[in-house]
Design a protein around this ligand. Sequence first.
Ligand code: ATP
Length: 326
Amino acid sequence: MGKIKRIGVLTSGGDAPGMNAAIRAVTRTAIYYDLEVLGIRHGYRGMIEGYCKPLKVHTVSNIIQRGGTILKTARCEEFKIPEGRKRAYDYLKRRNIDGVVVIGGDGTFTGARVFSEEFDIPFIGIPGTIDNDIYGTDYTIGYDTALNTVIEAVDKIRDTASAHNRLFFIEVMGAEAGFIALRSGIACGAEAILIPEVKNQVSTLKDFLENGDRRKKSSNIIIVAEGEEEGGAYEIARKVKNDFKDYSIRVTVLGHIQRGGSPTAFDRVAASRLGYAAVEALLDDQKSAMVGLQNNNVVLVPFRKAVKLHKDVNRQLLEISQILSI
Ligand code: ATP
């Protein structure tokens, strides 16, 4: 008999479409291998306060297509202090939980890593965040859905922008990284993309708009990542407006629509593969690691690397975006 008989699963940090598909895959794979599954609600807070419910095959029926997370998610300051983690450990012990699958972003994995150094219960992570900013995986669950949501919205804005010859600044999520901005910008044919990874972009943007041909265009869409160092979309629009008084400028902040919606096929399949792999990893006595996708293969990446190393945007995509927006 293996050591693992009962596992917990939780979602933590920002929610992302596809988290439910991952919960379903973890639950069903575990049950397939005769394990019991407890769904821990409200992220790490649920481990401390003891919010938990058994998950069965039928509990996770009809959720693969739903955004959000049936387990709820939360940010939990108490898990950042040793006393909080000790309470979480005591609870897991009391409930005979032998391993935990955590679905979340780098904060969630940082917590899992710290916990793994202190206690003997193995944790395996599934990258679930729309930001795609986790080292060691090409994609995080939710990113593809968020991209498609952005594209749909920007296409609509393009229609109205063209009708009025307007210059639109559209802010997308990405407080510290430009993954959503870069890829959605290319997919929407944005005229410019401003991301935190590239410095001094406002002056480059002004040069770009100076170009005579550009002024003949019926619309200009500028995608701005929320974490752009020179300000969000409103601030950048203000800076540009001062120099281009003849442009009709509008700003749209897409906000939380990017987090919601039914996950795309890509996110559902990725969540299913990674959920399955996470349970397999626990059964293989793995711990303190994330399951990720690299070149379409499932890989195991230690939390140590996933949270410490920086994932850069694809610089070639940046170049392509500039060439294609001439
Ligand atoms: P997203 O990328 O969508 O924001 P995330 O997982 O990075 O997701 P965070 O709010 O950063 O979201 O982290 C989620 C939770 O992980 C925190 O609320 C906290 O409970 C735990 N956590 C984060 N950092 C640490 C840390 N240094 N030590 C212990 N726990 C942590």
